[in-house]
Write a protein that binds this ligand. Sequence first.
Ligand code: GLY
Length: 380
Amino acid sequence: MTAPIKHSDPIIVDVALGERAYDIVIGRDVLQSLGPRIAAIRPGVRTAIITDRTVARHWLAPAEASLAQAGIPSSAIVVEEGEGSKSYAGLEKVSEALIAAKIERNDLVVALGGGVVGDLAGFAAAILRRGVDFVQVPTSLLAQVDSSVGGKTGINSPQGKNLIGSFHQPVLVIADTAVLDTLSPRQFRAGYAEVAKYGLLGDEAFFTWLEKNHNDIFAGGAAREHAIATSCRAKAAIVARDERETGERALLNLGHTFGHALEAATGFSDRLFHGEGVAVGMVLAAEFSAQLGKISQGDAQRIRHHLAAVGLPTRLQDIAGFAQEGLADADALMALMAQDKKVKRGKLTFILLEAIGRAVIAPDVEPAPVRDFLQQKLAG
Ligand code: GLY
């Protein structure tokens, strides 16, 4: 795998889902093509753009201008930033606004934002008038490489994350890599964890390439487009084979079993962004795999070394406030993993590594060794 040297034409990744197939368009400034691309696939539509306050400040006007230039009417629905909008109240607000904006069955919802906006807008589109089409315009790295692709949409229940939702594929994804220039370094890094995930779960050559090219990805060079396109291709291939997660799609949860428990233990707060939880979770999954003899200690160290090199947290002790507030004990973390529905008849489902680039689904991990492992990690 070689790094492209120059920014070039947009890269198009096809998500091959038969009559629900769609393109992911990746490149600098591709937001300008939003209107013409929608006009080409859905002539005559009206649109409603759902976004949040921060994204609106930067990117609503260019999105509206592109739609207007293509003769597409649009209205805007702006929600509060953050996970709180992915709620029954947030869904009600957005759904009522879509009805008030007279979005009809053949019209289109545009999700302009990160994972929260994409999940919320996608779910609102899935249930409005029994389903209207939607376009994802992801504005965070995490959304560009993960949440905007594959059709998982939904909101949180007070009892857990993403418990209310549906599979509803977008009809188009526009991933403008220049939009990522306005992210904070911490947000960008958190998204990078999901990029590294694709190397770890199925593509050793990509992981090796990331080890060499991560600086250019962070700096906004051409390696950024290549990394996003490679991630999207990997996800698109898995989704095309297992859209509803009856098997292989679960590999995309590498690092998420531990990661979600850590996010829950820190109250889904700014102490730990989702991607940071995934980074720590992937290192824990690698170290646990090493303890089970599935992967070498050297490979587990190599994974930790790379994620640490880009500035991601890789140990429980790296989580903000660990020294002052602590985290949770091993039993509490085990209970949080159980709440995350990854327990079946007392056994945990983990994604483990057999090598860098080879992840496997382990559906029957006994809790006792996991608890001992966590206790050991909490002790440093
Ligand atoms: N984010 C995991 C998936 O889309 O399946």
